[in-house]
Design a binder for this molecule. Structure first.
Ligand code: ADP
Length: 174
């Protein structure tokens, strides 16, 4: 556990500015762009990102798809679709866990060394932040315990409050 925590960073800030090899986008099933982090990533990457997404055609909830990063500092974008939270009885936890798992799997398959995640589903999709944080951290640690790749995982929190939540949770389980 301690070893895996050395491979995890928490930063507060804008994920479009991170010079990691891949950033994860909290996309929607159409992959046509949207608000929040999705909009920010499309604006920063430029119109070629939308072209690549349209070519892929869409992505089911809980799955992930890879594109290049175009004008982003990140070489790749991994687009994953989090669940819309509607009370917790529609497999939301399983689907959110799957977003982290499938993104990490895609990263490993493409020999991506460093990846950054936003707080998937916790904006417009309304997932309770503490529960989402617990799922994100437990799935990332489970992955890192079993795999060498990616080497490092960054949780990129837009709000300081979210970064605190992640730091606290990681300290609790250290
Ligand atoms: P979702 O639809 O999956 O809930 P949102 O984009 O609405 O996606 O929100 C997901 C998270 O992304 C929220 O915690 C929001 O604060 C955060 N966020 C928004 N813009 C950025 C950004 N530029 N970089 C990192 N995180 C961001």
């Amino acid at each position: 556990m301690e070893n895996q925590q050395k491979r995890i960073n928490v930063v507060r800030g804008d994920i479009t500015r991170l010079a990691v090899q891949a950033i994860v986008n909290a996309a929607n099933t159409t992959l046509r762009g949207g608000g929040g982090v999705d909009g920010a990533i499309h604006r920063a990457a430029g119109p070629q990102l939308l072209e690549a997404c349209l070519e892929i055609g869409g992505c089911p909830t809980g799955e992930a798809r890879l594109t290049r990063g175009y004008h982003l500092p990140a070489e790749y974008v991994i687009h994953t679709v989090g669940p819309v939270y509607s009370g917790g009885r529609r497999r939301e936890a399983e689907l959110l866990r799957s977003c982290y798992h499938e993104s990490l799997k895609l990263a490993a398959q493409n020999a991506i060394a460093s990846i950054a995640f936003p707080c998937i589903s916790t904006g417009a999709y309304g997932y309770p932040k503490e529960e989402a944080c617990e799922i994100a951290i437990s799935e990332v640690i489970a992955w890192l315990t079993a795999h060498h790749s990616p080497r490092t995982v960054t949780f990129c929190c837009f709000a300081e409050e979210d970064a605190e939540l992640y730091r606290r949770r990681l300290a609790e389980i250290a």
